[in-house]
Design a protein around this ligand. Structure first.
Ligand code: ADE
Length: 257
């Protein structure tokens, strides 16, 4: 899968991308991340990428020309003379606090594409014509405002890449993740069997895999019930799951009485 990142701060990307799993994924040709400097697509003497807002007010606004030029050249899409979305099968995603809020299901959706473009905003804002006439999707990573879209772009690349075949060492790696099944993940333990008086639950040392699977499922259900009950509304639940949750609720009510 190929990511085309458009940014005014290309130097932000290598340190994260050249580490650990994403580094290995690139070396093995599973992902490719091309980082494009929007400033390289300016043709004036001072390589200006921002300007003051029409109508006044503070802050600077990202100019449309270099962003259109960069995206159209890299994706090889012909410039539109009139307004309207470009004819592109590649999602052109703007990272912005105004976008749909990123989650595991959007990561999965994006992982189906062979190539996606990510545009990182900077300054106080971007010229609205970028949003209206170039971008095909807008993603926010949460209800807070950062200084730019670079961290959000890295976050999207990370979450999408680890869903691709063979990126994680363990072939079932992404299947049991928190959120992958619509539940939070069960607790994990490794050696030593006892640490500062706290023991690993006996069931995990029992070697009984049916019992371990049941315990893990129940732990995942209980964690989700306590920490993120909103997720249970969308999760796929079996009859046994529902019975277990009903019992939890009953126990909770008894405690209150
Ligand atoms: N740029 C600034 N804040 C952002 C956010 N929360 N999500 C995506 N892009 C952003």
């Amino acid at each position: 899968m190929q990511f085309e990142v458009f940014t005014l701060l290309p130097e932000v990307f290598p340190s994260y991308l050249e580490t650990s799993i994403l580094k290995r994924a690139q070396e093995r040709g599973l992902i490719k991340v091309n980082v494009h400097n929007i400033r390289d697509y300016t043709y004036d003497k001072h390589h200006v990428t921002d300007d003051t807002p029409y109508g006044g007010g503070g802050g600077m606004v990202m100019k449309p020309e270099p962003v259109f030029e960069a995206v159209e050249k890299v994706l090889d899409i012909s410039p539109l003379q009139t307004s309207g979305k470009p004819d592109s099968t590649i999602p052109i995603i703007l990272l912005t606090p105004q976008g749909r809020v990123f989650n595991q299901s959007i990561a999965k959706e994006l992982s189906q594409y062979p190539r996606i473009a990510l545009i990182c905003g900077r300054y106080e804002g971007i010229d609205e014509r970028i949003r209206k006439n170039l971008v095909t999707d807008e993603i926010s990573i949460g209800d807070y405002v950062l200084t730019g879209g670079e961290i959000p772009a890295l976050l999207v690349i990370d979450a999408v890449s680890r869903l691709l075949p063979n990126v994680l060492g363990d072939p079932t790696g992404a299947e049991d993740d928190s959120h992958a099944m619509g539940l939070l993940e069960y607790p994990h333990y490794t050696r030593p069997p006892e640490f500062r008086g706290d023991k690993v639950p006996d069931v995990l040392l029992s070697g009984d895999h049916a019992k371990i699977d049941k315990w893990r499922r129940e732990q995942a259900l209980e964690r989700t019930f306590r920490k993120r009950p909103d997720m249970l509304e969308k999760a796929e639940l079996s009859k046994d799951d529902l019975k277990f949750l009903e019992n939890l609720e009953e126990r909770g009510k008894k405690k209150e009485e």
